[in-house]
Design a protein around this ligand. Structure first.
Ligand SMILES: *Cc1c(COP(=O)(O)O)cnc(C)c1O
Length: 391
């Protein structure tokens, strides 16, 4: 039998990160002492009160279909979160609960973009955005940035990239893979351009609560009713509540977009998992004490790793202000990112993600969502690796 693979699926790039990850796991399984900087999730457990709420829901038989866009209790808790934390008023009907922030992103793109449309994606980008745009039949337009601007797009660069075909701008602050955070002024300026040019913004704010050095998060939707009308906010429970495996995310959108996404969900995934949604309610309405502890720990690691990286000849690293990644520049080593990461894994048993996966071949991504002793050991090995290259 010859299988026909759709153009849609065949056009996707296979995940480079998975290749490295598979190799690192195989080496670990073979008993080798591998240090992993690849983690895309917090190394902390989901807070107990959230687990308890989901377990209680299960025990009480809350195991059936729910409304496709989420249970009213959770949609109301999400609307209350936007009002309380972001000063944004949404009706619960504008809130859609999805099977993860990634699912929310996918649905926004699917509901708003099609063949002939362009989607502007600043690079370095989260690697799924361009693939999602391709799946929707639209064209990703990559807007490059470098560490010289802390990986931030300027309003002029954005304006130059907008054409009559531009449907959507993807914003992600605090950002993966760079940890970069736009200031309120910077984010407003980008929002102003989109309002003026009538471009919708998909603002991925999943790292909203993971901030350092007094960095401030301000949602682009929050500057005026016009900004809100031009924005879909994507969010989720994965990062600030360490719930990656729960598959629970959400979005807030103008009413017509919310309705379209509800229709898509009703015919694809139906509802997000019933008892996971009860955990989501507990996350939004319960205590946030865990976050303080996590942030203190992340911050300690971030400071240490940033300093250590900049002491290594051949490497330079701007500091991150959010999320849990650093994105050092390796161009002075003379290697491109895939080569650098492959050799690093082979010779030093350190797994890092090549920047080319995020559209930036002169960098690598290091996640500090791993213990301090791992970070110390891994960075020592990276220093040794760079020294060996210089010989
Ligand atoms: C982790 C992440 C998400 C969402 O992850 P889910 O597990 O699907 O909730 C969305 N955007 C970015 C940039 C992320 O890093």
């Amino acid at each position: 039998m010859e299988y026909k693979i759709s153009q849609r699926a065949a056009s996707l790039s296979p995940s480079l990160t998975l290749a490295i990850d598979a190799k690192a796991k195989a080496m670990k399984a073979a008993g080798e002492d591998v240090v992993g900087f690849g983690a895309g999730e917090p190394d902390f457990d989901t807070p107990q009160h959230i687990k308890d709420a989901a377990a209680a829901a299960l025990a009480a038989g809350f195991t059936k279909y729910t409304p496709s866009s989420g249970i009213p209790e959770l949609r109301e808790a999400i609307a209350a979160k936007f009002q309380r934390e972001n000063g944004l008023v949404y009706k619960p009907s504008q809130i859609i609960v999805s099977c993860g922030g990634k699912h929310s992103c996918f649905n926004v793109i699917l509901a708003t973009c099609e063949a002939g449309d362009e989607v502007i994606i600043p690079a370095p980008y989260w690697l799924s955005y361009p693939e999602m745009v391709k799946l929707a039949g639209a064209r990703p337009v990559i807007l490059e940035t470098t560490d010289k601007t802390e990986f931030k797009v300027t309003p002029d660069a954005l304006l130059n990239a907008i054409t009559s075909k531009t449907r959507l701008l993807v914003l992600n602050s605090p950002g993966n893979p760079t940890g970069s955070v736009y200031s309120p002024e910077e984010i407003k300026a980008l929002g102003d351009v989109c309002v003026e040019k009538n471009v919708l913004i998909m603002s991925d704010e999943i790292y909203e609560h993971l901030l350092y050095d007094n960095a401030k998060h301000r949602s682009v939707a929050s500057f005026s009713p016009a900004h809100q009308a031009h924005t879909v906010i994507v969010h989720g429970f994965a990062k600030a509540w360490s719930m990656t495996g729960w598959r629970l995310g959400f979005l807030a959108a103008p009413e017509p977009i919310a309705r379209a996404i509800d229709a898509i969900q009703s015919h694809s995934t139906s509802n997000p998992t019933s008892f996971a949604q009860k955990g989501g309610v507990a996350a939004l309405t319960g205590p946030r004490d865990h976050l303080k502890t996590w942030l203190a720990e992340f911050d300690k690691r971030r400071r240490f790793a940033h300093q250590k990286l900049n002491s290594i000849p051949g490497i330079s690293c701007v500091n991150a202000r959010g999320a849990f990644y650093l994105f050092p520049n390796i161009s002075k080593t003379g290697l491109k990112s895939s080569d650098f990461c492959a050799k690093l894994l082979e010779t030093q048993k350190v797994a890092a993600v090549p920047g080319i996966a995020f559209g930036a071949d002169d960098y690598i991504r290091l996640s500090y969502a791993t213990g301090m002793s791992n970070i110390e050991k891994g960075l020592d090995r990276i220093a040794r690796f760079c020294a060996s290259l210089a010989k």
